[in-house]
Design a protein around this ligand. Structure first.
Ligand code: NAD
Length: 721
């Protein structure tokens, strides 16, 4: 096996240990690497002839990315004793490193994260390359964990509690300069000077002898008074708890671990950290967040098609039909990222409106310091608006974002075939119309697909790439590559009414109205949904998206899924008839006040009261189940039809498209966490309400066989010899 670490002895008496994970773009601390590392440290420990140790990376601009995430993903699946051993192995290694009989220096030449940071914290000195790639952090809380290899204890002892709390509970890294300011590294130096400066530090340490004193100090309690400790942590705890809303335990546990450990010896503090680490592993959240991280890195790599030989076509320019809300957003998103975009609408005024909206996407960013005037000028150079479709003659790809009307769209598609290049690709942004049907109006349906953006385009990361019956792999791969190029996350789905996200969302939205007409107050419905983790409740979502849009989309899906969909809500239909279309008209389920907030409206309450029938008493749990079990069952049906390519794609689409709560991982992951049997029992309670609460065959099967949507990871973790 190729080694991941190389130990050399330099002429000046120093040892140089270089980390270079074989066959990987980044260095990680897999269990195998830790074992290898430990054997080098064991060899170095008795060496009285070595003056010092430098630890460097063999990869340019990258130090150590942290533990191997595939291995972390299995941590929650292995036994408690095994995970405890993995953690203890890291602690033993870093303790042994910190006790080597000569000065030790880390030469940090780029990203240094998680376990990488914990390793450098156990050395006597750290030097950072003064380059933008240098980022030092402990991002564990972002994947539901806490630093488990000494980070919660060594960082506060080195940089003080305030800076440590900030870094550990936010998970945000610091750059080289900031690392110097807080005392995390000794200095930031030019990258090519790292070895020379490291050598100098070893010699200085020998000259002054203070490295031994520092070591002794860092093993001791921090020695804060109770008042100091309580004050610092009380403030932080309030801020962290407000941020995580009881849904993400890791930052709170990290905080408690620091507080409990730093006024004890390092050894005792590390024992507390080990037990806290087991505590976070016991929540399902860390494995859920790690699975999500792996899903998103997989999506970044994937081409969207099974055949790895399919290359995407190069797209230099696009044409956008319709300069409305979506069209202007789509054109701006492309022009901002280097793709020429031309918008066409039916009259000059609409084109100008679209151009104004496109400009404002960058102007709004300039206002908050996220873009510059140059970015605006660059975008405008690549963006044009006109009323003449002849401007599309040379475009590589057309995105259609005209008014949602099948006859109109089919007509536009047919007309465009006579204008654009014969090899151009056509993508429709329709939210409800069948891509397979629309493709019939295009001369080559294999070069036709859905490219479904979400509103507002500049903020929503998801693009559903909808595969019609005849869409070719090349077309899918081209749209996937284009969506990535403009910074979006494309997820390939098969054509079906509502595609993936709206199909799964709609039963939940409809159920909210069934609850409303069953006498549950709209504030309570929204409150239960937000407590469950949604950023806004379904009634507020109607007001934000538009009641007219909700009514229309709901109607399409009701017809398409007539076997189980609930009848159209009379309340929704009446509100739309009254012109109460939500935020855009200033009135919907609630009224928008002068400050832009949605407030209760007695007129609507009266209208709703007139429609309330079959009032029954429901607990908050009942309401949550009616909303979310209903949604999850539709997700299972969509997966059974393989509308997405993987369960992880379906879940990511719901996270990115409707902000499904990340800590629950997506509807399918939620079914896995709760257990199929549990979901079935809860659905059965509402069976009498109709087939929407019927159990899909695969869920019943999962209950019988104990299978899960997410298969247990195949990764194994190396054991100590
Ligand atoms: P919109 O009404 O803001 O814009 C539609 C534009 O198309 C209008 O400016 C209209 O003048 C123009 N148009 C109509 N006929 C045309 C023609 N023959 N040639 C050129 N332009 C023409 O609507 P929108 O919200 O931007 O929706 C556009 C499409 O995007 C629809 O298919 C919709 O379903 C879809 N969509 C909307 C959302 C959303 O939240 N609004 C989200 C995803 C997808």
């Amino acid at each position: 096996m190729n080694p991941n670490l190389k130990l050399e002895f330099l002429a000046n008496g120093l040892a140089l240990l270089t980390i270079d994970s074989q066959g990987q773009k980044v260095n990680t601390f897999s269990a195998a690497t830790i074992i290898e590392f430990a054997s080098h440290v064991a060899d170095l420990t008795p060496r009285t002839d070595v003056r010092g140790l430098l630890i460097a990376s063999g990869k340019s601009g990258q130090f150590v990315a942290g533990a191997d995430l595939n291995e972390l993903a299995v941590l929650s699946e292995i036994s408690r004793a095994e995970s405890a051993e993995l953690i203890a192995r890291g602690h033993r290694l870093f303790q042994a490193l910190s006790n080597l009989p000569f000065p030790t220096v880390a030469l940090i030449n780029g990203a240094c994260m998680g376990g990488g940071t914990e390793m450098v914290l156990s050395l006597d000195h750290r030097l950072a390359a003064d380059i933008p790639q240098t980022k030092i952090g402990l991002p564990e809380v972002k994947i539901g964990l806490i630093p488990g290899w000494g980070g919660t204890q060594r960082l506060p002892r080195l940089v003080g509690i305030d800076a440590a709390i900030e870094m550990i509970t936010s998970g945000e890294p610091v750059g080289a300069r900031r690392a110097v300011e807080i005392g995390l590294v000794y200095d930031a130096v030019p990258v090519e000077r790292l070895i020379a400066e490291g050598t100098y530090l070893v010699e200085e340490s020998h000259r002054t002898g203070d490295w031994l004193e520092s070591r002794r100090r860092l093993q001791q309690p921090l020695g804060l008074s109770d008042d100091q400790l309580n004050f610092a942590f009380a403030v932080a705890e309030g801020a962290v708890k407000a941020k995580v809303k009881g849904q993400y335990p890791a930052p709170v546990i990290a905080l408690r671990t620091m507080k409990d450990g730093i006024n004890r010896t390092l050894e005792d503090g590390l024992a507390i950290e080990r037990s806290s680490f087991q505590e976070v592993l016991e929540t399902p959240i860390s494995s859920t967040l790690i699975a999500q991280f792996l899903n998103s890195t997989r999506l970044q790599r994937e081409t969207g098609v099974d055949d790895s030989g399919t290359a995407p076509r190069s797209i230099q320019s696009i044409g956008v039909i319709g300069a409305g809300l979506m069209g202007s957003g789509i054109a701006a998103a492309h022009a901002r990222r280097g793709v020429r975009a031309t918008m066409v609408d039916i009259d000059r005024a609409r084109v100008e409106d679209g151009m104004r909206r496109a400009r404002s996407t960058v102007e709004d960013r300039i206002a908050i310091g996220r873009a510059t005037q140059n970015d605006l000028a660059d975008m405008l150079q690549r963006l044009t608006g006109t009323t003449s479709r002849l401007a599309f003659q040379d475009c590589d790809l057309i995105v259609e974002a005209a008014t949602e009307n099948e006859t109109l769209k089919s007509q536009i598609i047919g007309e465009m075939a006579n204008i654009v290049r014969s090899d151009a690709i056509f993508a429709s942004n329709t939210s409800t119309i069948s891509i397979t049907r629309l493709a019939r109006s295009w001369p080559s349906p294999e070069r036709f697909a859905g490219m479904h953006f979400f509103s507002p385009v500049d903020r929503m990361p998801l693009v559903e790439v909808v595969r019609g019956e005849k869409t070719s792999d090349e077309t899918v791969a081209t749209i996937v590559a284009l969506a990535k190029r403009i910074g979006k996350t494309p997820i390939v789905v098969r054509d079906c009414p509502g595609f993936l996200v709206n199909r799964i969302l709609m039963p939940y939205m409809a159920e909210a109205l069934v609850l409303l007409e069953g006498g549950v107050e709209m504030d309570r419905i929204d409150r239960v949904a937000t407590k469950w983790g949604m950023p806004v409740g379904p009634i507020t979502l109607y007001d934000m998206v538009g009641l007219d849009t909700g009514l229309y989309a709901g109607e399409v899906l009701r017809v398409a899924y007539a076997d189980r969909a609930v009848p159209t809500s009379p309340v929704l239909a009446e509100l739309v008839k009254l012109g109460r279309h939500g935020k855009k008209t200033g009135k919907g389920f609630r009224t928008v006040d002068k400050k832009g907030r949605f407030v209760a409206d007695p007129d609507v309450e009266q209208l709703v009261a007139a429609h309330v029938h079959n009032r029954i008493e429901l607990s908050d749990e009942d309401i949550a189940d009616r909303l979310f079990v209903c949604m999850a069952l539709e997700a299972v049906r969509a997966w059974d039809e393989r509308i997405s390519r993987q369960p992880g794609d379906l879940d990511m689409a719901m996270l990115l498209g409707v902000n499904f709560p990340a800590f629950r991982g997506g509807p399918l992951r939620w079914c896995d966490t709760e257990g199929a049997g549990n979901i079935i029992r809860r659905a059965a309670k509402w069976e009498s309400l109709g087939p929407r609460f019927g159990i899909p065959a695969s869920l019943a099967e999962a209950d019988r066989t104990g299978s899960r949507f997410y298969q247990t990871s195949q990764t194994t973790v190396a054991r100590a010899p």
